[in-house]
Design a protein around this ligand. Sequence first.
Ligand code: GLN
Length: 483
Amino acid sequence: MNLGISATEFVSQAKEGALSVEEFVAKTLDRIKKIDEKIHAFITVDSQNALDKAKAIDKKIKSKEKTGICFGMPISLKDNICTAGLKTTCASKMLENFVAPYDATVTSRLKSEDAIILGKVNLDEFAMGSTTEFSYFGPTKNPWNPEYVPGGSSGGSGASVAALECLASLGSDTGGSVRSPASFCSVVGLKPTYGLISRYGLVSYANSIEQIGPVAKTVEDVAFLLNIISGHDVHDNTTVNHGHVDYVKDIKAGVSGKKIGIISQMIGDGIDKEVASATTSAISKLQDLGAECIPVSLDAVNHSVAAYYTIASAEASSNLSRYDNLRYGFDFSTEGYEFKAFISKARSNFGPEVTRRMLLGAFVLSAGYYGKYYLKAQKVRTMIKAQLDEAFKKVDYLISPTMPILPFKVGEKIDDPLKLYLTDINTVTANLSGIPAISVPFSMSSSGLPIGIQLFANSFQEKELLQAAHALQETSKLPEMSL
Ligand code: GLN
């Protein structure tokens, strides 16, 4: 049995009865047992429940009972997506033992289509980070070379899919957290349009810019998952009723006759040489397929990282005020403490990056600094959106490398927050503006590390975006995971 098959292949084999779901799940769980100590993608593995579900689904398939369209596909969920009865830790000491009383909308939609949730995967604490090193439970490693970071903050999602520990995963993307690990781990990751997917049951970090997004081996798999998890939700008023779209249908439409804008600000200074040459080669492959590629300048992008960290931290400082050991936390004893000491003791349990963000966020929102920082950042956000609106009058898609540099060594940048923040330079634009963006694995560096290419489309153009991503995916042959 080959654990390297795509989710779509798994579904078609399981549907035909050509594969035992129980055997596939058992083999996947064995693999997790064997290799996850090297990768540390998982925080919680729900083995028994997964096996029981697999058995039940096999039975349904055999007896030709109606089965959900996932047919027992084993998946992982980032550990900031709520699962009733299974811990949701956000990789924080604060929520070390937290069990949500309800399922996130994405969780219940996947369950009702007979996906099997194998477990919950690692992230930077509360999704704040770009490497998955800021997890209370320790870092996740890159399956292509465990000395290197897997990207972040959904590093567990990227690594678990790349290491064949599941067929697909859901992450969350506030500033690049689905696309960064997709790029560093050589898998596909989509940040959908703001409002396409319900955030009900996603633990909030910066809720005006974040979306849940699928991570999988292929673009078809991502489209398949999007069909299940997208759409209006009465529990989340920011979801848009966009009508029914089948993202899988016509995915092979290609890019012939399409116009693609190359974002000048994302391929210039500070970009790794091998990443730059991979991008040039991706562009020429798309041209070979009949697309016209032209340079596009978005100068507001020069301020995007500063604006992103101002807005995201401001929202984080407000969202995370609920972790006070009164409403949420882990130590509810109040004896012997007056209020301030109690709160400050509670909040000293956050890790250094979360603390930094909350302080920064409280600062940029405070009287006297609000206009100077927060308001200015919001103006940059408006400028970015306006420049993108102009660009999309001329082109169908935009292209850039997903990450400006190759995966780097675990620990290499951990003491330099600014260097880490700058790795988000190409991803935050999609979040600040709400548009969709996808990372497609494209090539490997001379040292064997993955390079991903990012494509953007206008809001709610996921169908077209996935078609272009599919075309790009078909141009490259990448090595198989050998771990
Ligand atoms: N790296 C960014 C940050 O640290 C993005 C995180 C995310 O998308 N959740 O905030």
